[in-house]
Design a protein around this ligand. Structure first.
Ligand SMILES: Nc1ncnc2c1ncn2[C@@H]1O[C@H](COP(=O)(O)OP(=O)(O)OP(=O)(O)O)[C@@H](O)[C@H]1O
Length: 544
């Protein structure tokens, strides 16, 4: 398990050899202090302590402090650098991954490794250096013991070896339980999200509130059970190591002298040596829970990264082709798309989608709830890949080599859109245009754009949608898609939206697709199509 920590650390660009060397040197200095004290103590007992031992002690001590400080601080910097790299790498892989992957994984499973687990790993610098140091002290002490009394060394090795065996025999179970605890904790985060995101609903319904709370309590208890169980196993291994250590001392001091005459001569030195290594050993034993938890944390970060890599293997998209800026026609040719569960069972299908979108036209999409309108939009703009069928821009087929270039054609406001606090990706902002758009959308009294940021995003749902609309307009894309944008707007604005704003965009040469239920304004569209249980049909033919 410690191997995994070193393996993780090994990926750092830090001066690893120096850190290891300094760590080893600090262990060595620690050992030297042992030797000096032992020899000096002997001299004191013969009333002949020399100043040179004090000087040697000071030198070893100074070496210890310097090397220890170097190793610890550099290891801390290296570990934080590794965490930074992995966080940035994962964020980068997430932004390049697929929407389906994120929908299936869920945000809690992404947040947990990035926050909880990377915070745990942060503490590993200390563990690494201390472990390395303990090993050196142990090796040094072993050599010293062998020189003092080979028999004592053999007994010490047997005891330390048996402690390691006991630990290893528990290790697999401890790791499994810590992993289960970590998964349960992720479930806890998900459930806890219900309290925060569903606060309003829970506040007015105490039965619902109690029920959610009961669920959270259950998940917390299950998490606690795994944690307690792994914790108790760790306590057992720690206690075993402590007991075996004192047993070792007792054997060396009380039993061995009975069988070995020469042994009593060196018993004092052996005892001092054993007591000296007690520090590193108990430090190491104390670090075991940390090591075990850090290990699971590294594992879960790697797992998330592996999942993201798996997605990117299947997604052979090349993002280097320039954005498509113009088109005459976009054609969806016999496209299908399936939502499947984890067992591959199809939950919902869009089938035989044939749609030709002409440049400059205004297309309305209607259809009942769950009929597949939003799914169609995601398929159309390339957020979902078709299960079968083809997509063409004019005569060019869109495939993995130009999917990203294709997506750049669109500006879209989904029903569950995200409002960014800044106008990301727009570079230099035309402030007077932004101001006039804020006035047009009646938002100029609510928010301003100052120092590259909107001053206020605490807006009503309808106002947020209008702000999202402003952002979309500023993005100046050839195709605008609005998924039920007018749904939360007042009648006056709704009328303005269909009769003035959309026709204005059309006049500017923009192509518009709007998902809507406002049949009163269908006359403003060039064409109305309907989604019906995953199939696309002509709206007016269904009305006859
Ligand atoms: N991420 C998803 N995973 C699995 N099934 C999904 C997912 N998103 C949507 N669905 C299913 O696909 C079907 C179509 O959903 P979609 O959101 O496209 O409908 P819609 O026509 O936009 O509905 P509404 O008018 O209610 O917004 C629904 O039956 C829904 O349950």
């Amino acid at each position: 398990m410690i191997v995994k920590l070193f393996d993780f650390f090994n990926k750092s660009d830090a001066p690893k050899t120096q850190i290891m060397l300094m760590g080893a040197l600090s262990g060595l200095a620690n050992g030297l202090i042992l030797a000096i004290i032992n020899v000096a103590a002997e001299q004191v007992s013969h009333k002949s302590a020399e100043a040179k031992f004090f000087l040697l002690f000071l030198i070893a001590f100074a070496l210890f402090i310097y090397t220890q400080r170097y190793a610890l601080s550099q290891a801390t910097i290296a570990v934080e650098e590794l965490i930074l790299q992995i966080r940035v790498r994962i964020a980068d892989k997430i932004r390049r991954s697929e929407l389906r992957f994120l929908e299936e994984t869920g945000s809690a499973s992404i947040y947990a490794p990035l926050t909880r687990d990377s915070n745990l790993i942060s503490q590993m610098a200390l563990v690494l250096v201390m472990t390395g140091q303990s090993v050196i002290v142990l090796v040094f002490s072993a050599i010293y013991l062998a020189w003092l009394s080979p028999l004592s060394l053999v007994i010490t090795v047997v005891f330390i070896g048996s402690t390691i065996i006991v630990f290893l025999s528990h290790e697999k179970k401890i790791s499994q339980e810590l992993q289960s605890a970590s998964q349960k904790e992720t479930e806890f985060f998900e459930t806890f999200g219900h309290i925060l995101e569903g606060f309003k609903e829970l506040k007015i319904n105490s039965r619902k509130n109690d029920d959610v709370f009961w669920h959270i309590e259950q998940v917390s208890k299950e998490t606690q059970e795994f944690k307690v169980s792994s914790g108790l196993r760790l306590v057992t291994t720690i206690m075993f190591s402590q007991v075996s250590f004192y047993l070792l001392l007792a054997i060396l001091i009380f039993i061995i002298p009975l069988f070995s005459e020469t042994h009593s001569d060196v018993i004092f030195k052996i005892t001092a040596a054993i007591l000296f290594i007690m520090g590193p050993i108990s430090q190491f034993a104390g670090a075991i829970p940390m090591i075990a938890k850090t290990n699971v944390a590294i594992e879960s970060l790697y797992q998330l990264e592996a999942q993201l890599d798996e997605v990117s293997i299947h997604q052979t998209e090349q993002v280097s082709t320039p954005p498509i800026e113009r088109f005459q026609e976009i054609r969806l040719d016999d496209m299908t798309f399936n939502f499947s569960d984890k067992f591959g069972k199809i939950l919902f299908s869009l089938s035989s989608i044939n749609l030709t979108l002409k440049q400059g036209e205004m297309l309305f999409i209607v259809g009942g709830n769950g009929s597949g309108k939003s799914t169609l939009l995601k398929l159309l703009i390339g957020l979902y890949y078709p299960t079968s069928g083809s997509l063409y821009v004019d005569d060019e087929q869109i495939d993995s080599t130009n999917y990203q270039s294709y997506r750049e054609l669109f500006a879209i406001i989904f029903t569950d859109f995200h409002l960014f606090d800044r106008l990301y990706g727009l570079g230099e902002i035309d402030e007077s245009r932004l101001k006039s758009l804020l006035v047009l959308m009646e938002l100029d009294k609510k928010t301003k754009y100052i120092d590259g940021k909107f001053t206020n995003l605490e807006l009503s749902t309808g106002q947020k949608k209008r702000l999202a609309f402003i952002t979309a307009v500023l993005e100046d894309k050839p195709i605008y898609i609005f998924d039920e944008l007018a749904a939360d707007q007042d009648p006056l604005f709704r009328k303005r939206f269909y009769e003035i704003i959309l026709p204005d965009l059309k006049k500017q040469g923009k192509t518009i697709i709007a998902v809507t239920h406002d049949d009163k304004y269908f006359y403003t569209a060039d064409r109305v199509v309907k989604m019906d249980s995953g199939k696309l049909v002509d709206y007016y033919s269904t009305q006859k």
